[in-house]
Design a binder for this molecule. Structure first.
Ligand SMILES: Nc1ncnc2c1ncn2[C@@H]1O[C@H](COP(=O)(O)OP(=O)(O)OP(=O)(O)O)[C@@H](O)[C@H]1O
Length: 232
């Protein structure tokens, strides 16, 4: 569904992504692991067109995305949840949902309803301004907004960041439910909290993909986890 081929990205004079290649198969959750500064967020931001691609390509359903502006890339059906969630603090949950619904999407209402089933907290705080939600609730809102606005692929950048283990567990369970209706590329450095939800993984280190395979195999490969994520 999504193919990234030999991607090279510079930020100013710094060569950040170095020949990054991976794919995300339809109907799966693929997790991009790596420690701080490995290049995970830069990869998602490059896919979304925030950074210029110096070499290589990004293909979604076999259509080349690089070179297109971000709003056109998003309009292809790709939902993006940035690391800082990017929600509008002064809008209520209801207003955020309304903004996410595309006028011409006949499924918009059904998608919104489904998100409220998955994240009942959002229904509870329907009239609350997003800025007053807890960290976990903000993350739920960011995921719901991206899902409503998309139609096939969700890119989620480190949803576990700054949340309690209990909240992360709840979020990961929700992400598994969402997988029934969309393909997911998840960026994480928290192996313990995310390894049980992925089908495939790619490991990034210093701007390169250094390891890849089935998540089931990584769970048994303590040496790789220790080497690249610093835990055993
Ligand atoms: N705007 C920027 N200007 C200069 N360097 C940047 C910029 N954004 C990222 N970098 C550098 O690019 C590298 C990759 O950063 P990136 O944010 O993609 O890593 P990451 O794997 O997502 O890590 P984290 O989990 O800490 O966000 C880092 O060395 C970082 O310092």
């Amino acid at each position: 569904m999504l193919r990234v081929e030999n991607l090279e990205t510079y930020i100013e004079q710094f060569h950040i992504l170095q020949s990054v290649t991976f794919e995300v198969i339809e109907g799966t959750i693929t997790v991009l692991f790596g420690r701080n500064g490995a290049g995970k967020s830069t990869t998602l931001r490059t896919i979304m067109g925030f950074y210029h691609v110096s070499r290589g390509g990004v293909y979604y359903k076999n259509e080349k995305l690089n070179g297109l502006p971000t709003h056109v890339i998003a309009s292809k059906g790709i939902g993006y949840v940035p690391e800082d969630q990017g929600i509008f603090q002064h809008l209520t949950v209801e207003e955020t949902f309304a903004l996410a619904k595309k006028e011409k999407d006949p499924e918009g209402e059904a998608k919104a309803e489904w998100m409220l089933e998955i994240f009942p907290d959002l229904k509870k705080y329907w009239h609350k301004k997003s800025g007053y939600l807890s960290g976990g609730q903000k993350q739920m809102l960011a995921i719901a907004r991206a899902y409503i606005n998309s139609s096939g692929l969700l890119l989620i950048d480190e949803p576990s960041k700054g949340l309690s283990p209990l909240m992360v567990e709840k979020l990961m369970e929700s992400i598994v439910k969402i997988k029934k209706k969309t393909t997911i590329l998840l960026v994480e450095q928290n192996f313990f909290m995310s390894n049980h939800i992925g089908d495939y993984y790619y490991m990034m280190d210093d701007g390169k993909i250094v390891h890849q395979g089935f998540m089931n195999d990584l769970r048994k490969d303590k040496e790789t986890v220790r080497k690249y994520l610093g835990i055993s």
